[in-house]
Design a protein around this ligand. Structure first.
Ligand code: BYC
Length: 318
């Protein structure tokens, strides 16, 4: 009996996905759809939160009050994105503490890019311009993802990401058009962040474990390689405007394809980083563990307050 119900529910699910209708938390969904969403969405949330570290590092060292205010607002936004995404993931039946535990015990991944250090102020420009620029290319597509709470979170997040990308570009522009030393710093930041930014889109489609299923379920709306190429095509003209050298000597306009050709990513480096051996993996998790432990008193206070409110409510009913 159960099997027949499930088969019917599956037909209805497939129909709704095909019709571009959103799947909502109380709707029936295949177990693997739920699992895959929990994996991708929780890793996305972790990326937002861990992503606060390389930029947060520079808040106290921003070169002016204006730059400090911008950076502070941006880093705060990233924390907010993490919170929307944890809440959206909780609608699938996992708790925030289970997700945090998976991050801290390294069972869950987060975006590879945040395992690279921000060495100087130009890196903050490169993160906004390239890292948020890559993130937004991916996230615009995710606004049309089939899961309602994820799609709605993405619509809001994309609005903020576009400010993040602009502030990074404006910062790097000021440096690229500044003194020769500043221009050199901008070039160096571009050279170091270019390849890791391309890696944010994940392995080639032919090596991507989850893409086929995720595309079929419309969790992902475009493939890793399509999005990566879109990012290259939109960023190369920006490099030209900045008057900087291309970070990849193989970048060349391909008239026939109507897109840029470019060199191959160092996949060995990518896999090293996502498997925990990048330059900052250890430091990022260590810092998260410390912040989590230091925040225990806040969680305790929230729990005590909730208990007090419940006791009051119960007393009023009685
Ligand atoms: N880094 O089958 P694949 C931001 C893993 S943060 C680490 O292609 P999928 C921001 C992948 O998880 C923006 N791991 O996977 C914040 C899988 O391993 P598991 C973050 C990666 O999921 C602060 C395996 O490799 N954005 O904007 O189909 C400051 C095979 O890959 C990476 C999102 O998270 C990577 N780069 O496609 C500034 C977007 N790539 O899970 C900015 C949402 C792959 O089986 N996520 N892996 O252990 C996605 O769109 C997709 O998950 C990905 C990967 C395109 C990232």
């Amino acid at each position: 009996m159960q099997k027949v119900d499930d088969a019917q529910a599956q037909i209805e699910f497939d129909r709704r996905v095909a019709d571009e209708q959103k799947i909502e938390p109380t709707d029936w969904m295949p177990d693997d759809y739920r699992k895959n969403l929990i994996r991708q969405m929780s890793q996305h949330a972790h990326s937002e939160v861990i992503g606060m570290q390389p930029e947060g590092n520079w808040i106290t060292r921003a070169p002016s009050l204006r730059r400090k205010a911008i950076l502070l607002a941006k880093v705060q936004d990233e924390g907010g994105h993490g919170l929307y995404l944890y809440s959206a993931t909780e609608t699938l039946g996992i708790t925030r503490s289970e997700m945090i535990e998976a991050l801290q015990t390294r069972k869950a991944k987060y975006a590879s890019i945040f395992n690279y250090p921000t060495l100087n102020w130009a890196d903050i420009g490169a993160v906004g311009w390239l890292v948020d620029g890559a993130a937004i290319v991916n996230q615009i597509a995710l606004q049309r993802t089939s899961y309602g709470p994820y799609s709605r979170a993405m619509i809001r997040i994309c609005k903020e990401e576009s400010f993040h990308q602009r502030q990074g570009y404006e910062l790097i522009y000021a440096m690229a058009k500044g003194s020769p030393e500043q221009k050199e710093m901008a070039q160096d930041a571009l050279n170091r962040f270019w390849w890791p930014s391309l890696m944010m889109f994940g392995p080639h489609d032919s090596d991507s474990a989850h893409s086929a299923k995720s595309m079929q379920w419309k969790i992902k709306r475009e493939t890793n390689d399509v999005l990566r190429q879109r990012f290259i095509d939109q960023t190369v003209p920006q490099i030209e405007v900045l008057g900087l050298e291309m970070p990849d000597p193989e970048i060349k306009w391909n008239e026939e394809k109507g897109q840029y050709d470019s060199g191959e990513i160092n996949w060995q480096e990518f896999y090293e980083v996502i498997n925990g051996n990048g330059p900052c993996n250890h430091q990022r998790i260590k810092h998260h563990l410390k912040a989590h432990k230091d925040g225990e008193w806040v969680r305790e206070a929230v729990r005590a307050y909730a208990e007090k409110q419940q006791a009051k409510k119960a007393a009023n009913v009685a």
